[in-house]
Design a protein around this ligand. Structure first.
Ligand code: FES
Length: 140
């Protein structure tokens, strides 16, 4: 199988079988963000305790790239300290700039091809920007 095909399968798997989609019944805080170019939205919820991301959920409407990226991000960020989570977001930006970055949560690397399509970078980074915003909020 070609790498592109494998990556496409990983993205579609997260889109069709989203991890962490939904809302907490209690606790946590919410960050709403939209992609200004298309109007698609994400509502991210995070629970942070003692400087560690305990859990993350999301709801929203968007393309397969934005929603699969949210699915991956919410999985990858669990159990990370706020600094580690910010570093992950930074690594993801590097990936979107075409740099070769490896992730402990390897599925994220399936989004590496997005850097060739500038219009889609905003789709892929939507959830990550929401997470950054959430962490700023948690730090205050
Ligand atoms: Fe709207 Fe991708 S087209 S988030």
């Amino acid at each position: 199988m070609q790498l592109d095909d494998l990556y496409r399968r990983v993205i579609m798997d997260h889109y069709k079988n989203p991890r962490n989609r939904g809302q907490f019944e209690d606790g946590g805080f919410t960050i709403d963000l939209n992609n200004p170019t298309c109007g698609d939205k994400i509502s991210l919820q995070m629970k942070v305790e003692d400087g560690v991301v305990q859990d993350a959920r999301y709801t929203g409407e968007g393309c397969s790239i934005s929603m699969s990226s949210a699915s991956m991000m919410t999985d990858a960020v669990k159990g990370k300290t706020l600094e580690e989570a910010l570093q992950l977001a930074e690594n993801f930006s590097q990936l979107m700039q075409g740099n070769n970055v490896e992730f402990e949560y390897e599925d994220i690397e399936a989004l590496s091809g997005v850097n060739k399509f500038p219009a889609r970078i905003k789709c892929a980074t939507l959830a990550w920007n929401a997470m950054r915003k959430g962490i700023e909020q948690a730090k205050q």
